[in-house]
Design a protein. Structure first.
Length: 149
């Protein structure tokens, strides 16, 4: 197989994985009366929490490419569904911070837990160098995708 073909095969495999993840997200959204963007918002907020990033409406809207009205509607919907909480920032009472509710985390774990565990099990078959290569590739691929536009 030529280098270019081998590289494109990897890109196509990555696309295959992302499509499947997207389908699982859409299925989760449908089962729980949410829009797929709602699930993306929850993922962004969980990622922010893991990174120690304060999540505000403006931050979330920018991450999702939504305008102010769309962001407000999304946040209101997730609060109404019990998946999201708003709290005043204790350091700056003018800011409102967003956080995923524990109930939503449990719901996500129940649905996505097996998928996550299966994926982690795949990594158990890799040695440290292979795992580092996968991490390096996925990080660089993410950067390549997010710098387009």
């Amino acid at each position: 197989m030529e280098d270019r073909e081998a590289e494109l095969e990897i890109v196509h495999l990555l696309r295959k994985v992302t499509v499947e993840f997207g389908l699982r997200q859409a299925e989760f959204a449908h089962r729980h009366g949410m829009h797929p963007t709602d699930v993306r918002a929850l993922i962004c907020l969980l990622d922010a929490e893991r990174a120690g990033t304060d999540a505000t409406a403006g931050w979330l809207g920018a991450r999702l490419g939504l305008n102010s009205a769309g962001t407000t509607a999304l946040i209101d919907r997730l609060v109404r569904l019990g998946h999201l909480t708003r709290t005043r920032d204790p350091r700056d009472r003018r800011r409102v911070l967003l956080a995923v509710d524990a109930k939503a985390v449990e719901l996500g774990q129940a649905f996505f837990g097996p998928l996550i565990e299966n994926t982690v099990a795949v990594l158990h078959g890799f040695d440290d160098h292979e795992t580092a290569a996968v991490r390096r590739f996925l990080s660089a691929a993410h950067e390549a995708v997010t710098t387009i536009g």
